[in-house]
Design a protein around this ligand. Sequence first.
Ligand SMILES: C[S@@+](CC[C@H](N)C(=O)[O-])C[C@H]1O[C@@H](n2cnc3c(N)ncnc32)[C@H](O)[C@@H]1O
Length: 313
Amino acid sequence: MNQQKVYLSDELREYLVKLPDIDIDQLVDVWSQPLPESFRVNTLKLPEKHILERLRNKNIRFKKIPWTRYGYILEENYEIGVSLEHMLGLIYIQGPVSMAPVEVLDPKPGEIVLDMCAAPGSKSTQIAQLMEGRGVLVANDPSIERCKALSSNLQKFGVLNVVVTTLDGRAFPKMVGEFFDKVLVDAPCSSLGIISKDWSVGKNWTLKHAKRLSRLQNQLLKAAFDVLKPGGVLVYSTCTLTVEENEMVVNNLIESREDAVVEKIYLDGLRYREGIIDYDGLKMREEIKNTVRIYPYHNNAEGFYIAKIVKKV
Ligand SMILES: C[S@@+](CC[C@H](N)C(=O)[O-])C[C@H]1O[C@@H](n2cnc3c(N)ncnc32)[C@H](O)[C@@H]1O
């Protein structure tokens, strides 16, 4: 039987073919299928091996995701979302590539960390887990509706050292100076990397909307950099593929902040291509090559873009 293929608007197709080194047929194939599910075990509640043992006792088969601590991918279908372990907050369902930005941020116990665009909390719960209950996590999102899910997920996960705030991320520099050891900006974006979860994105995407988001992303990233301590680490991520929302945003930051340095990213076993530096007549700084552009067919998972920026001491 022929599998139904995702529909992409003409505008999106025309946009994608202009990206260097992209395979549209493979992209459409991956987008047209449901992706395997993955989860993170919650070591704030129980040791990893106890949680895995509970899952194995239910004959759930899974394998380790190499680029992230505590992440596993299901090897066959299982309704893990209605399992007792999920209801108890012993596991968190999250895409395998979505776990990568926090690995790059690498939060440590005792640090002061800001998750600027935090709801519904996949990455906040992951950050909190790596902080092991020490230090402070500020989980921020201006959407009150989405903050309900954020608060409930943090509570279910057993996170105690967190403050939930509901600010526009751009307001942080008015409230604090260079205050945070680490900041994550997992920005609102045009979501091309997760079309397999929502086919309507492929039909409704417009460059105009992506450019509008790009303006907000530029402002958020600059605000995030301005509240970072010297020597601090800032990670910028999106689940989309446009250059306007990714490389151009990071390039604008380093053009406007001379103490910003884009560092190379190391993630075991994750396939990706380097950031684009030559696009549509625009030449970006060479160090943008240090950022990573992950297409859905690279890992049979979500598409993402990740940049690691350090503030010079
Ligand atoms: C990609 S989602 C974040 C997903 C979240 N990091 C996670 O892993 O669960 C982007 C979030 O940015 C928030 N957002 C939109 N405008 C914002 C702004 N001006 N400042 C901060 N966050 C904003 C949205 O409400 C949305 O929840």
